[in-house]
Design a protein around this ligand. Sequence first.
Ligand SMILES: [Zn+2]
Length: 255
Amino acid sequence: MKRFLLVALAVIVLAVALLAGVFASAFVGNAPSQPGLVDGFIHVVNDGYVTANILDTGDGKVALIDAGADPAGKAILAELAAMKLDVHAVSAIFLTHGHGDHVAAAPLFPDAKVFVLAGDVALAEGRAGGHGLITQFMPVKSTGVHVARALADGEVVQIGNRAIHVLAVPGHTMGSAAFWVDGALFLGDSAGASKDGTLKPAPRVFSDDPLENRASLKALTARLAAEHLEVKTLIFAHTGRLDGIKPLADFAAAH
Ligand SMILES: [Zn+2]
């Protein structure tokens, strides 16, 4: 009996350690997020543990890439106020994917059309849940988000003077997208920056299909080159930025 208890205890300790290790890999060694102005037109806003991005579209309006984790949108509204803009200035919101910490403030902007890849429309609106190790247990409830139109892979949406290139990178979620805008590549949760300057894939425990995520990052590298989309800055939702395409190309070469 004593032996059985010892074995059971060892199994439990091992399982907990394994889970803790997998969980820690999502957070340990991440480059801290860097709010501020990037490339002269992107305002990276720190919204707690996630960032949202306000893009100047040159017509007195702005577009958002992701809408943060705060339904009151405090950090986004404060940055808009600093830019002397109000909620009506936001004409479009592009969601890198439908997880709750990327869509929360979207309903605050009455004139904004919300766009997300078709695969994540239900997730963004709160009609479906995630499929990851952890995300499958998160409650499914309406987010108040209404997606104006589902995006298709490869389309280019013109908002003011910015052309937003839509690049599907399924894996973190089914409908995860990267957006390329004038040299900036927004990767959402599909990748992140380590403190040592290397790129890491989407956090395993929060992702639907970690293997597909890695394959998508690899394919994205080749596709950016083929489409002559030059990358100056890699922008992630939960970590700091990286310069140039090299960190992504290095990841692709190693996987
Ligand atoms: Zn996510």
